[in-house]
Design a protein around this ligand. Structure first.
Ligand SMILES: [Zn+2]
Length: 261
């Protein structure tokens, strides 16, 4: 029994991490090195960044994590501390696609990057630093979710983009057609794809930023989020109704907010 215990202990602590690391090394290829901090392990190519730059990137990401947890806590949403997450910064999108598939992360055909809850890792191309904040938002929400909970995609993707730190968000092209609130909150996860459908991302972000700009609807956003992190099928429309908000009026205000009409 004691021997079995020692065996399991050795496997978990020494052997399993080594297997993981040699798998990572073989999939990453030549020139990739590892930087380890409190909450993150970052694999990057040594020709793309200096260790000092990576340290700065990780520091700002860790600051973002604490700020976001605090912001959520102020709205009554508790995000538990993160386990160490591995981040892979790959040199090309082609490599990212192949890497994602070899790591057995579902369908990589359209993804510009991913957070995978099953491998607790994030993968991106090395020039996609705003994506780090995007995927880390997914990581934080996934840490706060119960197993059966399911965040509405518009809310998950809306917050992920809202947290990207750069003023020029790549998906924020001028939007010619602004869908109704009902249409946006009904988007399905399979309809999102960074490379093929920027409209869904833009519409989700627009809706979130509009709702956060008003006191009455801001409350509804956080209430929906809290509900969605613990229960399946939370819908903001029901929460609007509960607060006596008129959807027709909200839709008009939403259009006016972006078009001035
Ligand atoms: Zn996303």
């Amino acid at each position: 029994m004691a021997l079995l215990f020692v065996g399991v202990f050795l496997f978990a602590l020494v052997i399993a991490p080594n297997i993981k690391e040699s798998l990572e090394k073989s999939l990453l290829g030549e020139g990739y090195v590892k930087f380890t901090s409190d909450k993150f392990i970052i694999w990057y190519h040594k020709e793309t960044y200096s260790a000092q730059r990576i340290a700065e990137i990780v520091q700002s990401l860790e600051n973002f994590v604490s700020d976001f947890r605090l912001q959520m806590r102020n709205h009554g949403i508790k995000i538990p501390p993160l386990a160490t997450c591995t981040i892979y910064l790959l040199r090309s999108h082609k490599h990212l696609k192949k890497f994602g598939m070899q790591m057995e992360v579902a369908d990589m055909s359209n993804n510009g990057g991913y957070f995978s809850p099953s491998t607790y890792s994030i993968a991106l191309t090395n020039d996609d630093l705003h994506g780090l904040y995007h995927e880390t938002t997914h990581l934080l929400f996934s840490t706060a979710s119960t197993a059966e909970a399911h965040l509405p995609p518009w809310l998950n993707e809306g917050f992920a983009q809202h947290n990207e730190p750069f003023p020029e968000k790549p998906v924020l092209q001028p939007i010619e057609y602004l869908p109704s609130i009902e249409t946006i909150v009904a988007f399905r996860e399979s309809e999102f794809s960074m490379l093929e459908n920027p409209l869904k991302y833009a519409a989700s972000l627009y809706l979130l930023e509009f709702l956060l700009s008003r006191e009455d609807t801001r409350k509804c956003v956080y209430e929906t989020l809290a509900e969605a992190l613990t229960h399946p099928n939370a819908s903001i429309l029901g929460i609007f109704r509960k607060h006596g908000l008129d959807l027709t009026r909200l839709n008009r205000a939403f259009t006016r907010f972006y078009t001035g009409k």
